[in-house]
Design a protein around this ligand. Sequence first.
Ligand code: SF4
Length: 328
Amino acid sequence: MTKDRVLSGMQSSGKVHIGNLVGALQNWVKLQDKYDCYYFVADWHALTTGYENPAALHDSVNDLLINFLAAGLDPDKCTIFLQSRILEHAELHLLLSMITPLGWLERVPTYKEKQQELKDRDLANYGFLGYPLLQTADIIIYRAKYVPVGVDQVPHLEISREIARRFNNLYGEVFPEPDALLTEFPKVPGVDGRKMSKSYNNAIYLSDTPKEVESKIKTMTTDPARIKRTDVGDPELSPVFQLHKVFSSKEEQSEVAAGCKTAGIGCIDCKKILIRNVFRVLEPIWAKREELLSNPEQLHAIVEKGNDKARKVAQGTMVIARKAMGLY
Ligand code: SF4
């Protein structure tokens, strides 16, 4: 039986952190058993905001590919590829730009939000405005049925559905409208309690050494009311407990929560339990990273194979799309 196709990508704009791991990669690993999954590193997307720093882009692409595999993506079960190696994405992006009203792009909420967030960069470039078009091309060129997204990202997928619909209305049914594959993403705070983000410098990276991870957790923000060991705390106000919810068993979470509320456990011991549980998840990833870092040819071969497979599918779609638009 043919499996439904799933498409998802990750922008190469920095190192992979544990928020990316539990928020996306672990879910991708589960999906690869059930669907025909295409996962890519979105390096063109990274250029829409990071065009001034090509050296960082190169390092980030490598880090992402290594971590895709280290997190458990299996190239025998899914297709792993690099966006910029499949030139057909750019061609479809161009063709979609002919039919997409400018107002649709200007209305995308993240367009203005991100411009505010990244005030230090000049984002008055077409690539940034046209980001949703490239994203749409990424998805529909594989005629993917599903895109895994959290509830708050469903509106972002809507513009891709609208553009696919507009293409089909103008030229006939070529692209299926992609559906959201709703996924619950756990909340992963950074070590300072804010959202884990490269720009806040508060992230725990998969490329961190065990010592670095230990030290980051040991110095994590706790409930500010727990100043002395004898002070009681509220675990819900502690980012450490938010990480326990992701990495520790239900029993350990109950014990820690009860201990926090009664001052039965100190923050140092609470963090030790968390460190142990984070290590349990990261140790196999560290081992796989080592293996891949010492054998770059292996990584190269996997990605080239994925690129070839993705390119074939994309080329097949473009034959139909070009013809539909009179370009044959
Ligand atoms: S005991 Fe744990 S959950 Fe409670 S404040 Fe300390 S670190 Fe946070």
